[in-house]
Design a protein around this ligand. Structure first.
Ligand code: XIL
Length: 352
């Protein structure tokens, strides 16, 4: 009895930081300690939902509109701009002191009128107006832009066939980056690309092709500040090439470029190829990508493509892992952290 009371007294005497014990550290606070920024894609129609807004503002240093800044959203017909959703997103960021990544200016998934532009002059004029208007509107309020998105084919090492490439050759990229720099000289300008971390000859070739492209861009004084690594991981399909991806991040660093992880999430589609697959295994590549990029490159930010299933449609083909109802992010639909949350937290804090 006495022993029990003494024990209790001893416990009571301990200065327990209650709030720190009750609240797990946020990704934002962990990232900040390392000089990194953590963020998420957001959907403007959800910003008024209190639990959505709280999750975002608790966890994030920065947000990236998932769709609201795409050419398809802001300029559906030539010269007719509508920035409603983008304005709401940027206003939300300003209200809560978050940075914004602008996604994206030049992408193959553009309105049909863009895809049908008939001549080099018409493409040049459309890209010039689109970038001057969009980047100019948010000058000083959007810190970083995905200027060119997915210039390569998915799972291939060749430049994507688009109206931009057809009409202007690869110099459409020079033009886009220069236009973005002119519209907001302080904004960071990024080339964002898919599957640069995978194993296999195609991906080795793709990494080499991206570096060769960057060398050509830099030799032409194109203002590029970094490369965004889209992280749409496909467990059961992708394996990370630690050496290849690490070498790629080093190659960027050598060229004075940052590495950004821009669209981290995972699909359920190929998970049935993995024997005894568990949901915890989704966590491994999330942490691995961050670890490799940080160890080898100048990693500046990590952005997940949504924090939770908020705003996501359930998977049409959920696969054998019934827990995988949506693309995997960091929280489940009850907003409980998933193993991927811990993996990202650990990787951001520098623990391997
Ligand atoms: C996706 C969005 O998540 C979807 O809501 C939308 O329907 C299509 O685009 N690479 C990109 C992102 O650069 O813009 C894509 O986002 C996912 C792949």
């Amino acid at each position: 009895m006495l022993k029990g009371m003494l024990g209790l007294a001893a416990v009571c005497a301990l200065p327990i930081p209650m709030s720190a014990a009750a609240e797990p550290a946020t990704l934002r606070s962990i990232a900040d300690r390392k000089g990194l920024k953590f963020g998420s894609a957001v959907d403007p129609e959800l910003l008024d939902k209190p639990d959505y807004a709280k999750l975002i503002t608790d966890q994030c240093d920065l947000i990236a509109p998932r769709n609201a800044l795409k050419w398809n959203a802001v300029e559906k017909s030539p010269g007719k701009f509508s920035f409603g959703d983008a304005d709401r997103t940027v206003a939300f960021a300003q209200k809560y002191g978050l940075e914004v990544r602008g996604h994206t200016l030049v992408w193959y998934d553009s309105p049909d009128w863009v895809k049908r532009l008939p001549s080099p002059a018409a493409v040049t004029e459309a890209v010039a107006q689109h970038i001057a208007t969009t980047v100019g509107r948010y000058k000083g309020r959007i810190a970083s832009w995905d200027v060119v998105n997915e210039p390569f084919e998915y799972d291939q090492a060749v430049l994507r066939k688009t109206v931009f490439l057809d009409q202007l050759g690869e110099k459409y990229m020079d033009f886009a980056f220069k236009a973005a720099r002119a519209a907001d000289p302080a904004a960071e300008l990024i080339l964002n690309e898919t599957h640069l971390y995978d194993s296999g000859p195609v991906y080795t070739a793709k990494r080499q092709a991206v570096i060769a492209l960057i060398d050509r861009l830099q030799s032409r004084n194109v203002p590029i500040d970094g490369v965004g690594i889209q992280g749409h991981i496909r467990p059961g399909h992708d394996t990370i090439d630690r050496e290849g991806f690490g070498g790629f991040c080093k190659d960027l660093k050598t060229r004075g470029l940052k590495t950004l992880i821009t669209e981290l999430d995972a699909s359920c589609r190929f998970a049935d190829r993995l024997p005894q697959f568990t949901p915890a295994e989704y966590a491994l590549p999330f942490g691995e990508l961050i670890d490799i990029a940080e160890a080898n490159g100048r990693l500046s930010s990590v952005v997940v493509w949504g924090l939770s299933p908020f705003g996501l449609k359930p998977n049409e083909t959920p696969g054998p892992n019934k827990a995988c109802k949506y693309r995997i992010n960091l929280f489940d639909d009850a907003l409980k952290p998933l193993p991927s949350f811990d993996a990202v937290a650990q990787a951001l804090s520098g623990g391997a």
